[in-house]
Design a protein around this ligand. Structure first.
Ligand SMILES: N[C@@H](CCC(=O)N[C@@H](CS)C(=O)NCC(=O)O)C(=O)O
Length: 225
């Protein structure tokens, strides 16, 4: 199986974590987002969205990170994607939760909205109003994550077992490090991030993310949470 990826990508990192934890063999095909390789005809032919990740499994191709995670987990009989209908539905639910409101307000609003030139508004009033809304909504979502998904009892976001929702969610939440966002106000979120970061595969998988994305913005000034 071939994975077209970039190491800083928020949606590739969960796949790389799962693959590393479960020894899933992937032929890693680097797509240089920084040089615009993803918008060249050769790659658009692979993924017309011009985005990573893309998974090729023989003649079967997938282009959505969340679906790729589920496919790999299913193929691998992963415990991170339980077979029981209700447990699996819960994992799907929380992955959707991260991928919709949380991603929109936190990833796009608070992080990309302060770091990626094509997401930042040029009109100062529009930019500050949009950021203020993203900040308010991000606090709301982090409160839900802290109090309702994790609470004081759950080690992971779907209970006490690690699932795909943790791989996906922790990569979205730690994206905040690019914009120096701090999670001290949400102690259960902080505990969960630390649990995920203590896993043996974390450092190696996230090397490129910390070096090129977090490192690239180390001197930036950002609105906090
Ligand atoms: N809906 C896709 C989104 C993929 C996506 O946004 N990928 C980013 C990297 S994290 C990308 O390739 N960005 C380049 C671009 O959109 O030009 C998924 O969840 O897999």
């Amino acid at each position: 199986m071939k994975l077209y990826f970039h190491p800083v990508s928020t949606v590739c990192r969960p796949i790389m974590l799962l693959a590393a934890d479960e020894n899933i063999a992937l032929d890693m095909q680097f797509v240089d987002l920084f040089k615009g390789e993803h918008k060249q005809p050769a790659y658009l032919n692979v993924n017309p969205c011009g985005q990573v990740p893309t998974l090729d499994d023989g003649d079967f191709r997938m282009t959505e990170g969340s679906a790729i995670l589920k496919y790999l987990a299913e193929k691998n009989g992963s415990r991170a994607y339980p077979a029981d209908a209700r447990q699996r539905a819960r994992v799907n639910e929380i992955m959707d939760w991260f991928n919709t409101g949380f991603s929109r307000d936190f990833c796009y609003g608070m992080v990309y909205g302060q770091t990626l030139p094509h997401v930042i508004y040029t009109d100062a009033a529009v930019q500050s109003g949009t950021l203020a809304r993203a900040q308010e909504k991000s606090r709301h979502w982090l409160g839900i994550l802290d109090q309702h998904l994790l609470g004081t009892k759950n080690k992971f976001v779907c209970g006490n077992d690690l699932t795909l929702a943790d791989y996906l969610g922790v990569c979205y939440v730690t994206l905040g490090e690019v914009a120096h966002l701090k999670f001290d106000a949400w102690p259960n979120v902080t505990r969960w991030i630390n649990t995920m970061k203590a896993r043996p595969t974390w450092a190696k998988v996230n090397e490129g993310f910390y070096q090129h994305f977090v490192g690239g913005y180390k001197d930036g000034k950002f609105l906090g949470l």
